[in-house]
Design a protein around this ligand. Sequence first.
Ligand code: OSB
Ligand code: MG
Length: 374
Amino acid sequence: MYFQKARLIHAELPLIAPFKTSYGELKSKDFYIIELVNEDGICGYGELEAFPVPDYTEETLDTAISIVKQHLLPLLAQKVIRNPEEVNQLFSWIQGNEMAKAAVELAVWDAFAKSEQRSLAEMIGATKRSIAVGVSVGLQQDVEALVQLVGRYVDEGYERVKLKIAPHKDIPFVDAVRKKFPNLSLMADANSAYNREDLFLLKELDQYDLEMIEQPFGTKDFVDHAWLQKQLKTRICLDENIRSLADVRQAHMLGSCQAVNLKLARVGGMSEALRIAEYCKDNHLLVWCGGMLEAGIGRAHNIALAAREEFVFPGDISASDRYFNEDIVSPAFTLKQGKLNVPVNQGIGVTLDFDVLQKYTISTEEILLNKGWS
Ligand code: OSB
Ligand code: MG
């Protein structure tokens, strides 16, 4: 297979409610859809998940789309690809820029699955027909607002709740939710907001029977996470630290965590994610699928991954209506008894709803992938 054309659609979907973390607040999901068209006219889709500012990782939407246009698409231009696994190798000399790589790589996976007339889930060996999912709840103004919001999600059927925490927005919030929902599968995500001096706070969190505490310390830290894990009975889960299988191996060897939040976008796409999932299973690390507030295309890729057997813990893959008034794909993802169905149609199994997408489109660019283009 080779690709003749790419279309880059820049869109911005308003979030139903702002999503607040220890980094800041997001009011909308700003993203690009990468459409790749192969020699038979088959279209593969990827979603570029970098955020507008470089807080969660170094990439921003602007830097990532620039890498896509200046480096990744020229590498792909009219190159014969025999297997989507080759794309990871093709991009491997480029350092970092995982989200840019993932957006293009995942579009290639979709195109291959469509050309083989099977679902992406089936193509990657995923067998689940539906997946249990959780919800990630942003920082709230006060304890009452948080408890009420969690109650709403529990009523909707979410099987696991993740609370964002930050200094001064931690113990009383977790305490109130735990008291109100004693049996809820509950966890906390600090997005790197703590350091060694906060040990006493983290030890207090250790008393709330949390499934795990996600990314308490800095993004590049493995040593202090290992130091902390030794002192907690609660599992530490790494998110921001993990960009590759090598990072997972390092975390495992050092004992920095017992769980891994795996995001396709953060590890450069499907090939690396599959290797990480396999490594985690073989080494008894709990692996689960994280989220980037994805619109419909990114969500579809996540669901295919989470449909694999390694993923026994509910992912941060909520229904479309947890994020947006309308999604850009048809059908949108809806919650049924705490689960999302895994699409069975070809490729990612959902189609772009261009009527909806058009309403939120900022710009569109078409690029011909001629040989030698760069
Ligand atoms: O840390 O997992 C995170 C969203 C944006 C940036 C970082 C994170 C998150 C989430 C949202 O927790 C998960 C979702 O997509 O629902
Ligand atoms: Mg996280």
